[in-house]
Design a protein around this ligand. Structure first.
Ligand code: SF4
Length: 354
């Protein structure tokens, strides 16, 4: 669920077992009041990221449809995805400044698709086929295959004992003894340190802990949200493995960015676009080896415990941003779509002006 959708998350309002999703978790980490506006009150924010999202949706759908067709040869898989993208683009009614811009954006999508096929696409298509052969039960290719993880909450004053957190991946494939969930994302920028480190003990643990320490001077909600999302997805994959009769597998989570232009080279004279694709396996940065040694599962006790605390705060309607106001006002307010209706923000503006 995104803020733009602004659905009222009424599921969190009733006692017993409730639910929310990983987007809501990230919103809450940026600002609890923003979560209240978007997911409790159902107010629409004024920000709009739909253009990029819509273009990415074309690629996601084209790739998933090609994976579903079961083609594993390089040429056949590339052709299947390319033909599907062409058909989807023909129906894409985005308004462009000119035909030149429309042609250029289409070339960018085609170059991204080509980079996907070259970098991981063929391997992943073979992995989907392997998994399909091992398990005929359940969907393996989305987009948006639903996964969920149920978190038991610490004893609090609320009636809520557990919360189910929803997430999704675009497809699942087999890689050796691992089952891998893949999610297409716009960019990897929000991962922060997770993008460059692949060992929990090498800086990731410290930054994660520091985010929750008001005296540490660290505020990194997107990074923390990525670790929470990894925990939810990997736990959701474990559940899916049990349903598929594959309990002996370990689970992994990979993100692939489809709108990252940092590796894109454009030749405006020849009208060509080339790009590369960076994929990121978030699993190694997430697991802590102590918990892994105890459970033989890809888990992290520190992340899991903190996730339960944050979900418990949401279930307890803890939406006052005051405790982290300095961080929120400098990090979250400038890009927030709720400034016109937010009393916390308006009060700060009045105090500042007065
Ligand atoms: S304006 Fe600032 S305090 Fe208000 S909801 Fe947005 S981020 Fe939170």
């Amino acid at each position: 669920m995104t803020e733009g959708d602004a659905e009222v998350d009424s599921r969190m309002r009733s006692p017993g077992t409730d639910s929310l999703d990983v987007d809501g978790l990230e919103t809450y980490l940026h600002c609890p009041r923003r979560y209240e506006f978007a997911h409790v009150d159902g107010l629409e924010g004024s920000d709009d990221g739909t253009t990029i999202d819509d273009r990415i949706a074309l690629l996601r759908t084209a790739i998933c449809d090609a994976l579903r067709r079961g083609e594993t040869g390089r040429e056949a898989f590339a052709d299947a995805a390319g033909e599907r993208l062409e058909a989807l683009w023909a129906d894409h009614d985005e308004r462009f400044h000119s035909r030149t811009q429309r042609r250029h954006e289409r070339r960018v999508l085609e170059a991204t698709l080509e980079a996907y096929v070259e970098t991981v696409g063929v391997d992943h298509a073979e992995g989907v086929e392997r998994l399909t052969a091992e398990s005929t039960d359940g969907e393996l290719v989305g987009p948006d295959l639903p996964l969920s993880s149920t978190v038991s909450l610490p004893a609090t004053e609320t009636d809520t004992e557990s919360v189910t957190i929803d997430a999704s991946v675009d497809y699942v494939y087999a890689d050796g003894r691992s089952i891998v969930g893949v999610q297409f994302v716009p960019t990897l920028r929000s991962l922060g340190l997770l993008r460059y480190r692949s060992d929990w003990e090498r800086g990731i643990a410290e930054r994660f802990t520091d985010h929750f320490d008001p005296d540490a001077g660290v505020f990194d909600p997107s990074f923390v949200a990525s670790l929470f999302e990894t925990a939810v997805v990997i736990d959701g994959l474990r559940t899916r493995c049990q349903q598929l009769g594959l309990e002996d597998r370990t689970c992994r989570y990979v993100q692939i960015p489809l709108a990252d232009r940092s590796g894109t080279a454009i030749n405006w004279v020849r009208e060509t676009v080339e790009t590369s694709l960076e994929t990121k396996d978030l699993t190694d940065g997430y697991i802590d080896h102590h918990t892994y040694g105890m459970t033989h599962e890809h888990r992290n006790r520190t992340v899991d415990d903190r996730l339960a605390d944050v979900v418990s705060e949401i279930a307890g309607d803890a939406f006052d941003p005051t405790d982290r106001w300095d961080d929120i006002s400098s990090d979250a307010c400038p890009d927030c779509g709720y400034t016109v209706c937010c009393q916390d923000y308006i009060a700060e503006e009045v105090r500042f002006d007065g």
